[in-house]
Ligand binder design. Structure first.
Ligand code: AMP
Length: 297
């Protein structure tokens, strides 16, 4: 049974948020929603911040019905990673989703999504092998597999993803193209704290000192972008400086700083116009990523 979070008044009923734990329930709800027009999906791992809420609002602005999935997907975490400790707060997430005008939340347990062992996975080759793919082997296979499952379960007309996870976005775009999903992929710009730090559920891991230090990621990316916009064509030198700027922060342990061509995430040539500047670093137990894009004339 779907729980109705607002019972009673007519207004409450009209604004009610449907919360589904099983695939059968969410399929029934989506069937009903589709009667009033197209349905958009916002896949998340929960513990909402303003970045998630912006995706939902954007989806809501463009589509009559929005479904949000909340699922911390074990398949995309490595054995030494933070699957068990990843922050979770379903009650708070449901209240925020409701306020944002979301029609339904799909929040399955791991058993519902993966009953027994997983024998079928989706691999988006090459795009999954660079940047985060080097230090998180299997991560994008986990992402591509769960997103494929969510697309098949909900069959949305559109799905909204954050530019914050730029590599994930390219992986999903390619997945949709290669497997012929009839789903519009909408990218939403990164939502940042006032000092520039990209919002992330993992920011809660930061101590006050690490939180202050973490702004180095965005500052260094902006400085690198400015050099390119000012006409610097030696991208290896820009990349080196980007890495040095982050490594100069004592609380940062740099994982990578890279400049790649979009959309294929290949080493840029002089002909490539759209570039991705992407970084990953650890601050204490928080592994943070960030990126900016540059259009070169
Ligand atoms: P997550 O719950 O971290 O898996 O993120 C769910 C979705 O929200 C993904 O499409 C992310 O790219 C997006 N997202 C996360 N943080 C931000 C942010 N700061 N700005 C915009 N989108 C974000």
């Amino acid at each position: 049974m779907c729980q109705n979070s607002a019972r009673g008044s007519l207004v409450g009923m009209l604004k009610s948020l449907r919360v589904c734990k099983t695939i059968a329930e969410i399929r029934d709800v989506v069937k009903e929603l589709r009667r009033s027009g197209p349905v958009a999906l916002v896949p998340t791992m929960g513990y909402f911040h303003e970045g998630h809420l912006t995706l939902m609002r954007e989806a809501r602005r463009r589509f009559p019905s929005v479904v949000v999935s909340i699922f911390v997907n074990p398949l995309q975490f490595g054995p030494q990673e933070d699957f068990k400790t990843y922050p979770r707060n379903l009650e708070r997430d449901l209240a925020l989703a409701r306020e944002t005008g979301v029609a339904a939340v799909f929040a399955p347990e791991v058993e519902e999504m993966y009953p027994g062992s997983v024998l079928t996975c989706v691999d988006v080759e090459r795009l999954s092998a660079v940047l985060c793919g080097c230090t998180r082997p299997g991560h994008f296979r986990g992402v591509a597999t769960v997103v494929t499952k969510l697309f098949n379960i909900i069959r949305p007309d559109a799905a909204f993803f954050g530019q914050k996870d730029a590599q994930q976005l390219q992986v999903i775009r390619r997945l949709v193209r290669d497997l012929n999903f009839d789903i519009e992929i909408v990218a939403v710009p990164t939502v940042r704290e006032p000092d520039g730090l990209a919002m992330s559920s993992r920011n809660v891991y930061l101590s006050p000192e690490e939180r202050r230090a973490a702004v180095v990621l965005y500052r260094s990316l902006v400085a690198a972008r400015e050099r390119i916009l000012a006409g610097e064509s030696d991208l290896a030198a820009v990349e080196e400086q980007l890495a040095a700027d982050i490594a100069a922060e004592p609380l940062a342990v740099l994982e990578y700083a890279a400049i790649l061509a979009l959309p294929d995430l290949t080493p840029p040539t002089d002909e490539d116009r759209e570039l991705l500047l992407a970084v990953a670093a650890r601050f204490g137990r928080a592994r943070l990523i960030d990126n900016v894009t540059v259009w070169r004339e």
